[in-house]
Design a protein around this ligand. Structure first.
Ligand SMILES: Nc1ncnc2c1ncn2[C@@H]1O[C@H](COP(=O)(O)OP(=O)(O)OP(=O)(O)O)[C@@H](O)[C@H]1O
Length: 264
């Protein structure tokens, strides 16, 4: 299918103009499971400092793409590089290093229920970065929690937190190892509209503060409006359109328009 590229004069944002380094490059990616061709021809370039929102109907291949990026799945054909290195060729040591550079925020926030918020945040510092200096660990835990506005909950258990607070804690645990790239899988799912908005604002402020590059998979159009520098629409294993929120909003493509049907 021909990709529809919708652009407006505003597309050359500061981000696009100044930061042309490509951090993730995906070319002609294909992945099948048995008879089912899930990824047919995925092409994407994530630039340094950029937030890309990926929209797509259920079962269209978004999660499979993310799993290829972190090396949990291997493509059948095509190329996928992160900072110039082909992920499919990486050995276990290189994959470990890759997964430190790429933070991943799961839908649930993925906190350990039996640990306090503090212990949840210490975990990647001691287990992944192998830090041992308790003063440094405390400082980083407090800074990360402060960055997501959750310092007061440091000694709480996850079960004592609201859904929005759990997301914040999950986000703090993602940023604490200073990832250069963050992959968000449905970051606002299950939250009320006001809390969703707060999380979307936080995703934007993390991009600015930590200079991260992100791919955000979401069905939440408000999240897309707030956090996306660029949006890409996936359908049936391919991207069929890309552009800013405003430019895609004007698209006549039926699939693209279906995502914007409730947007004024
Ligand atoms: N490990 C696997 N083995 C077999 N089939 C799989 C596997 N992983 C994904 N699939 C199939 O690939 C297709 C795309 O799945 P994927 O999870 O990427 O969809 P998605 O776009 O993320 O959807 P959603 O929005 O529902 O999360 C689905 O039909 C799914 O059943």
């Amino acid at each position: 299918m021909e990709m529809e590229i919708v652009r407006t004069n505003n597309d050359q944002s500061e981000t696009a103009k100044n930061k042309n380094e490509v951090v993730i490059s995906i070319k002609g990616l294909k992945k099948s499971f048995g008879e089912k061709d899930v990824l047919k021809d995925i092409n994407l370039e994530l630039k340094r400092g950029e937030n890309i929102v990926v929209l797509g109907r259920s079962g269209t291949g978004k999660s499979v793409t993310i799993q290829c990026i972190v090396g949990l799945l291997k493509q059948d054909a095509g190329s996928l590089t992160v900072f110039g290195d082909e992920v499919a060729d990486m050995d276990d040591k290189q994959l470990k290093e890759l997964r430190i550079k790429i933070g991943f925020l799961f839908q649930s926030g993925a906190l350990y229920d039996s640990m306090t918020v503090r212990e949840n945040l210490e975990f990647p510092l001691t287990r992944v970065l192998k830090l041992t200096d308790q003063a440094e660990i405390d400082k980083r835990v407090e800074e990360a929690l402060d960055g997501v506005g959750l310092l007061e909950a440091i000694d709480k258990m996850p079960s004592d937190l609201s859904g929005g607070m759990r997301k914040r804690a999950g986000l703090a645990r993602t940023i604490i190892v200073n990832p250069e790239i963050i992959l968000y899988d449905e970051p606002t799912t299950g939250l009320d509209p006001i809390t969703s908005r707060e999380i979307s604002d936080l995703i934007l402020s993390i991009q600015k503060k930590y200079k991260t590059s992100s791919i955000i998979i979401t069905h939440d159009m408000e999240c897309a409006r707030i956090a996306a520098d660029r949006m890409m629409i996936m359908d049936n294993g391919e991207f069929i359109a890309e552009g800013t929120f405003e430019s895609l909003h004007k698209s006549n493509n039926k699939i693209v328009a279906s995502f914007f049907k409730d947007i004024l």
